[in-house]
Structures are given as structure tokens and as C-alpha cells.
Ligand binder design. Structure first.
Ligand code: BES
Ligand code: MN
Ligand code: MN
Length: 457
């Protein structure tokens, strides 16, 4: 292990240069205008994995964007670590809010600025470089490795989910290792043991067959924008609980032990609010802010439109109104069941003056993993050694859809050892990743493989 750690240190600049090459490829998965770039990123990555000595490298075509697979298997007696990550990125807009080009990485103040620098190219690439360090410096690895890197996590992981379901034997192993989450804070490194799920829907209300003059028709023709606002406003009660019947039926409540752990986390709510320019929070019932951010389900309107929204006034009674809704789910809620409940509730709430339709855009089930399992403890040790502080176990509010698929279809738990920070601006303008954390991540991954192999020996 020590020579691999030294190799990673002495090759740090080379690693950053290579990451920059990957960051220059605008692999935006959600927008088909970038399809060729997504393919180019997959090809670059496969080529790179081949170059560092991984075997059976393959670009796997799917109904969506390709998956990249590579493995290094030397000894069936060693544990097998499945490494997951994603090479696709979020769209860069709003472009005018970036200080530098999102696809021309800029290095300053110890950070690398680019779309995907943290989520997830930078973090995924730490795993590639950790393998390179072992293979170049030691000629072998303490574990068997299987890498499966997808190209559409940011648009729902449909192909990846299907692949996990139907190619279980190929992805068989002992644990999944992922770096695609954030630490609790710069002073408090963390391993994530829970992720929220997601159910994302688009809804439309249709009233009259065309936009109408609001003077000639207003007063008797019902207005879809009015109706949609009323319906959306009714989705929460005064305690900020979601009013969809049965919505909370399958929600596992926090255990007393978890609530105690949450309460002990070093969270300065005032400065957290100050950083967001909000003077108060709106939480559910008696749950604390931290609990509501990761262990309670949510319903948020992500966008709402209809009628006239350009400059000036136009007297119009709109024909249609639309909204996009995201629901973050917690164990044991399930995506399809929650969609069904939402749809039934909305159908009942829509007035008989109009038509309703709903599209299910994408989702992922929530997960919790066992904190006491050996790989979780190996990650805790490895991360603690490089950060100099013992990590805490936390739940995160975001979603990585395939983590539930690994658990449900392959019986594999994931170790979420992420090196992001909430301040890295993922999905936002000026996304960045600290180069210190890039290097620490590589060191921690090298250590993880070694500690985990020793625990299982
Ligand atoms: N890496 C994030 C998820 C994440 C970020 C989890 C920070 C925990 C902390 C991932 O790339 C992501 O953005 N997921 C999407 C879901 C997807 C289906 C679009 C999300 O959570 O919105
Ligand atoms: Mn991600
Ligand atoms: Mn993301």
C-alpha cells in the first residue's frame, strides 16, 4: 500500500492534467444535442482504463447512453469491490453566471472549476487513479475490482438500472464503493449510510381548447392556472406535512439513536441560513432542520408555467397550466407506489371543468445501509487517516438511483465515501472541487482497498 500512496503523491500533477482532459468533454446526458460528447467521454474513459492496466474494458451500448466497464481480477479468494460512478454531467446553464468556461477547467485558489469537477468526474476519477497507483507501483491490488461507470445518472439512470437487473452475475461482488456524495462539513468528514429516493412528475391541467380573452370569458370559464395554484397550495398543511393520503404510510421513523446522532452533529443553523440569505426555515412538525434535510420525505414544485409570462401584461385566460414536482423519498417508500398516490390525489382534486394528465419522468428508491458492516468500517478508518478526523455516519438528502438497484437486485450494499462539500456548487454555476480533496480521495481509496482486504482475510 505504501508505494501506491507514494506513487499517487508524486503523480498528483499528472492526475490533475488528465482529469482536466475529461472535464473538457461536455458530456451533458439530459440534452440530446450533446449525445456525441457523451459518447466521446465514454470512449476516453474506456481508453484510459485500458491504459492503466485494467482488463476486459468494454463500452456497453444501452437504450440510453453507454456504460463503461473494466475489471482487474487476480484472485477469487480476495474480496471483490464494485466501483460505481458517472461520467455524465448536468447542463452548465445559466452560462452567464460562470466566472470561467464550464468546459475549460480553471485552476485557482487550490480548486479546479468546471462542470463535473466534483459531480462526478472528479470523484469518479479518484478511483481510476487509485487503481493506477496500485497497478503501476505494486503490480497488483489487494482486492478484485470491477468498475461500472454510467453516462446518464443525471437524467435518471434508466439504462444502468436495467443493466443491474439483468446482468447480476457480471456485477457480482462483495460491496459497491462510490464517491458521489458530500462530507458533512470541511471539519467533519462523513460516510453516508442513507440516501433519499426520488419520484419526479410533470402535471398538466387543460381547460378551454385555446387561450381566451380574460374579459370576454373570465368569470365563467375556469382557469387552469388558478386551479393548479389551488391544488399545489393544498399539498402541504400548516405543519408542512404532505397531504397526499397514505404518503407517510411506509415512512420509517427516525430511531431515538439516530435522532440523538443528528442532534450531536456540529450544525450551526444560523450561519447555514446566512449563507442562503434566508431568515427562517420551514420544517415538518417537530423535526429538526437536519432531519428534514435528509431523513424526512419532501414534495417540491420545481417549476410552474402557463399563460403569459413575457414582458408586460397580456389579458389572457390560459388554456393550460403545468408544473414539475419532485418528491424525495425515505425508506420504505417506493417510487411507483408514491406516484400512484400522488396521481390519485391530484385526479380527485382537479375540478370537473378541466382535464388532468401526469407523466412520471424518473425516479429512484431510497436506501439505508448497515453501518456496522466491515467495508463501512474500512472506509471510516481510511477516510479518518487522510482527513485526520474520524468520520461520522450521516444520511444525505440527494439521490443516486442505482444504489437501491444494487441492494434490491444484487443484495449489494454501497459504501458512500464522498469527498464533496455542499459549497462545491454541484449542479450550479462555478462548480469546483478542491485539489486537496481530490488527492485525499485517491489516498483514502488506496487505503480502503488495503484495510478491507485485511478485514476479510
Ligand atoms: N451526486 C448526486 C447525488 C448527491 C449529491 C447525493 C450530494 C448526496 C449528496 C447525483 O449526481 C444527483 O445529482 N442525483 C440527482 C438524482 C437524479 C435522478 C437526477 C438528485 O439527487 O437530484
Ligand atoms: Mn453525482
Ligand atoms: Mn448530480
Amino acid at each position: 500500500m505504501d508505494t501506491a500512496l507514494t506513487y499517487a503523491e508524486t503523480h498528483a500533477d499528472q492526475f490533475v492534467d488528465e482529469l482536466k482532459t475529461l472535464l473538457r468533454i461536455p458530456s451533458v446526458s439530459t440534452d440530446s444535442a450533446y449525445d456525441d460528447e457523451v459518447e466521446r467521454a465514454a470512449a476516453w474513459l474506456a481508453d484510459h482504463l485500458d491504459g492503466i492496466g485494467m482488463e476486459h474494458t468494454e463500452i456497453i451500448a444501452t437504450d440510453g447512453h453507454p456504460l463503461v466497464y473494466a475489471e482487474h481480477i487476480t484472485d477469487p479468494a480476495k474480496p471483490t469491490v464494485v466501483v460505481y460512478g458517472h461520467y455524465d454531467v448536468q447542463p452548465p446553464d445559466p452560462l452567464e453566471e460562470w466566472d470561467t468556461d464550464p468546459f475549460e477547467p480553471a485552476q485557482h485558489d487550490g480548486n479546479l472549476y468546471a462542470r463535473g469537477a466534483c459531480d462526478d468526474k472528479g470523484q469518479m476519477f479518484m478511483h481510476v487513479k487509485a487503481a493506477e497507483a496500485y497497478l503501476s507501483a505494486e503490480g497488483d491490488l489487494p482486492v478484485n475490482l470491477k468498475y461500472i461507470i454510467e453516462g446518464e445518472e443525471e437524467s435518471g439512470s434508466m439504462a444502468m438500472g436495467a443493466y443491474v437487473q439483468s446482468n447480476g452475475s457480471r456485477l457480482g461482488g462483495d460491496v459497491v464503493l462510490i464517491s458521489d456524495t458530500a462530507m458533512f462539513s470541511p471539519d467533519t468528514p462523513s460516510i453516508t449510510y442513507g440516501l433519499r429516493g426520488l419520484a419526479y412528475a410533470e402535471i398538466t391541467l387543460r381547460g378551454p381548447n385555446r387561450d381566451l380573452h380574460s374579459g370576454n370569458f373570465g368569470g365563467a370559464v375556469d382557469n387552469p392556472c388558478n386551479a393548479l395554484s389551488r391544488i399545489l397550495a393544498g399539498l402541504h398543511d400548516d405543519d408542512h406535512r404532505i397531504t397526499i393520503p397514505g404518503f407517510y404510510d411506509d415512512v420509517q421513523d427516525l430511531t431515538e439513536a439516530e435522532r440523538k446522532t443528528y442532534a450531536e452533529l456540529p450544525f450551526d443553523e444560523q450561519s447555514w441560513r446566512d449563507a442562503l440569505d434566508i431568515n427562517a426555515v420551514r420544517t415538518e412538525g417537530d423535526y429538526t432542520t437536519l432531519e428534514c434535510l435528509s431523513a424526512r420525505p419532501t414534495l417540491d414544485v420545481n417549476g410552474i408555467w402557463g399563460g403569459y409570462t413575457d414582458e408586460g401584461a397580456k389579458t389572457v385566460l390560459p388554456s393550460r397550466a403545468h408544473a414539475k414536482l419532485s418528491m424525495r423519498l425515505v425508506p420504505d417508500q417506493q417510487v411507483e407506489d408514491v406516484y400512484d398516490k400522488l396521481e390519485a390525489h391530484l385526479e380527485a382534486a382537479v375540478p370537473d371543468t378541466m382535464q388532468f394528465s401526469m407523466r412520471r419522468l424518473h425516479g429512484g428508491d431510497p436506501v439505508l445501509v448497515d453501518r456496522s458492516a466491515p467495508p463501512m468500517q474500512a472506509a471510516k478508518t481510511a477516510m479518518g487517516e487522510v482527513r485526520g478526523t474520524e468520520p461520522v455516519f450521516v444520511r444525505n438528502g440527494g439521490t443516486i438511483p442505482v444504489v437501491a438497484d444494487f441492494q434490491q437486485h444484487l443484495g449489494l450494499d454501497s459504501v458512500l465515501m464522498g469527498f464533496g462539500l455542499d459549497s462545491d456548487a454541484i449542479h450550479s454555476p462555478n462548480e469546483h472541487f478542491g485539489l486537496d480533496r481530490f488527492q485525499q480521495g485517491i489516498q483514502a481509496i488506496i487505503r480502503f482497498h488495503n484495510h478491507y482486504a485485511e478485514m476479510e482475510a
